[in-house]
Design a protein around this ligand. Sequence first.
Ligand code: K7E
Ligand code: CUA
Length: 681
Amino acid sequence: MKVEARSKYVPFLVALSVILLAALIFTSCNDNNADQSGASGSSEAASAGLSGDANAIAEARGLTPADINAALKTYTPSGVHDEYIMFASGGHSGQVYVIGMPSMRIIKQIAVFTPEPWQGYGYGAQGTMDVLAEGNTDGSDIRWGDTHHTALSETAGDYDGQFLFINDKANGRVAVIDLKDFETKQLVKNPIALGDHGGTFATPDTDWVIEGGQYGAPLGWEYASIEEYESDYRGMVTFWKFDRENGRILEDESFAIELPPYWQDLCDAGKLASEGWIFCNSFNTEMATGGVEDGNPPFEAGASQNDMDYLHIIDKEKAVEVAAAGKTVDVKGFPVIPLDTAVAEGILYFTPEPKSPHGVDVTPDGKFLTVSGKLDPHVSIYSFQKIQDAIAAGNFETDSYGVPILNFDDVVEAQIEVGLGPLHTQYDDKGYAYTSLFLEPAVARWTLGGDFSDLHEEEDWTLVTKTPVQYNVGHIAAAEGDTVSPDGKYLVSMNKWAIDRFANVGPLLPQNFQLLDINDPGTNMPVIYDMPIPDGEPHYAQIIKADKLDPWEVYPEIGWNPHTNSVDPNAVQLGEERIERNGNEVEVWMTAVRSHFTPEHVEIKKGDHVTWHITNVERAYDATHGFSIPYYNINLSIEPGEATTFEFDATEDGVFSYYCTEFCSALHLEMTGYMLIEPGE
Ligand code: K7E
Ligand code: CUA
């Protein structure tokens, strides 16, 4: 709906473009950067007439034709909605960003692992306190995360816009966000690992959410000497069962597989041709244990000696059967398929991957897997069919844990020299793949073979072009670029370093997201927007067509509890506001509506335990009320229709003004009240 709305601007934009370009060419302004524009001068354009204003603006600002081209591709008029929405991890902020594309406007930050006051997340509201508490680990109240890999829920391998999953690398946790209200509904703590990395990835119908490990450690993190690394330390991959109906991970139906103590890194789920399989790259097959202070090689050298590490190839269907048959051991109450069982049951295979690998990305048809080695200038493309043939043929070497190793030459389809420090790959709708090159830094476009051959004009499996990015790109995200039907069009380069791209703001700099136009295979891929991300270091992002999202405008009924997805038993209707006392227990039922809270006086006594319910009885879109009480660290955001509850012990007497923190009306400052706490005797 919003997308169509934009189309009426297109003729206008084209005309404006012609006028501006003509103006620039006519006045031959500074033109040192025009190579990426794809714009060309024409006498028709010149004869279309000049706008003195536009010309003057362009000249005054020193804009080149390329700049104007970029502006026209990204400028989004007031009130016009973006065509795509990007969900970007917020790195060690522990949150998720929601960004419109192509405007690159930040629309929302979703609080996930870290308390966030605007959303009243973790400042009293019971639902949010309960979600955060689910992420506590063995008595430690962890209140931050290192969000890494977003995973939008999928139906038949395509984003369906219903849920978003993301992992916390630092603490080995997975979050479930419901895209009906963009709120975090669940955190699950991995019971067998303190950290993770290779997650999250949804299987094509989102019946499983995959969480892969990272640094080897004893499963369940029991103490074991580092001398016992090879015998006692292990890797893992965890399969979380997802219940779409209730929007929750079912911890009771989930399981893990024990893996050798290589550092499993990043996984991807097979799709279409490879549906039912999971792939994870690994590094440190040397099993280096560090200890540079004792004269050992440092990790960075010790873990990079081998020319090849092992791509993990996991038969998920078989793993699910084996787990269901109970062929598991119990680690901290969690079922784990032992490594020797995984081997004996034909669940786990390896194949070599060069060098210092990082990530594996399955092509849209599921027939190929792209692996990059940070210290190898090639991408290596594996054929899923060849992998199946090699498994069927048997006759393997094994690693020291008995895991079969498929011969590299038997399963590789192609290797393409793309440049220095290749990391992550995405796909488009025109038969191309895109790989980030951390060291150059650049984004490379190369051609796919197989069934994608007919879509492009160049030879299969060849490098086509590269675009420099600023600077040190990690992940890239193309529009729906990891699904069965990528859109192409836009690609975001998620750059780790910004250096000189923005005003100096002191020694800590933002990250730099750069938007690349990848729509036209006949051109380079110009950078058309720079966007600073002033928070943790985002790792992965996914970009979904905006019209696939269908969130609520207000909660479905007055008194809605977002954490039970139903009307709360303590919801308060207008006229039912009251305060009840039972001994030292005080219970408050309050409503919020423009521009007052009812009741406006809450009188309690020092030593009381207070349970306080507030319902926002509004039905108007955007009529959010906040609620804060000083001293007691209470801060809520109550969206239209929402019912919320908080509790506290009245440990301090005095006069406390509570007030609404959202400027909700002309009389918002009057949306206040007094909590009077009488001293005890
Ligand atoms: Cu390459 Cu953690 Cu996906 Cu960062 S990871 S870049
Ligand atoms: Cu409600 Cu301000």
